[in-house]
Write a protein that binds this ligand. Structure first.
Ligand code: CMP
Length: 137
């Protein structure tokens, strides 16, 4: 069974729509294998997004990701990675299809409500970044 990582970002947590977003995952047939709310440190955010370290938006991205708590979830199901990305919509909410999480809850490309792994390989790395195997059921 495929697993993928979701992060509900500080903007969506502040809007109090965590439950609505998790319900969308479940309604699409994904199972919540684990979920937890946490406050990322600057070192956490820099390490998680290390692949973007050279990008011009890196500093703003890290600053935003530590501006408040996030909800980190492992989603499980057939094609979980692709299904989650369909549910999220385009990275830039202005381009996100109607009915997607970003179209409904996001305000800008940084404050874009959710992160989701973009490949099965990255999903495995991202899950291991946050969780030990014994926490995922
Ligand atoms: P996320 O899926 O969390 O992965 C990296 C994040 O960087 C992305 O969502 C956006 O929130 C943020 N970001 C800001 N500017 C850009 C950009 N020009 N291209 C891609 N991602 C961006």
């Amino acid at each position: 069974m495929e697993q993928t990582l979701s992060i509900i970002k500080p903007d969506a947590v502040a809007k109090n729509v965590v439950g609505q977003i998790l319900a969308r995952f479940e309604a699409a047939g994904l199972r919540i294998a684990t979920t937890t709310k946490m406050q990322l440190s600057q070192a956490d955010a820099e390490a998680f997004y290390a692949v973007h370290a050279a990008r011009p938006f890196f500093k703003d991205l890290v600053e935003f990701m530590i501006s408040g708590p996030v909800v980190v979830t492992v989603l499980e199901g057939e094609n979980a990675m692709a299904i989650n990305r369909d549910l999220m919509g385009a990275t830039n909410p202005a381009e996100a299809a109607p009915g997607t999480i970003r179209a409904d809850f996001a305000d800008s490309i940084d404050a874009n409500a959710v992160h989701g792994s973009d490949s099965v390989e990255n999903a495995s790395n991202e899950i291991n970044f946050f969780f030990a195997q014994r926490e995922i059921y």
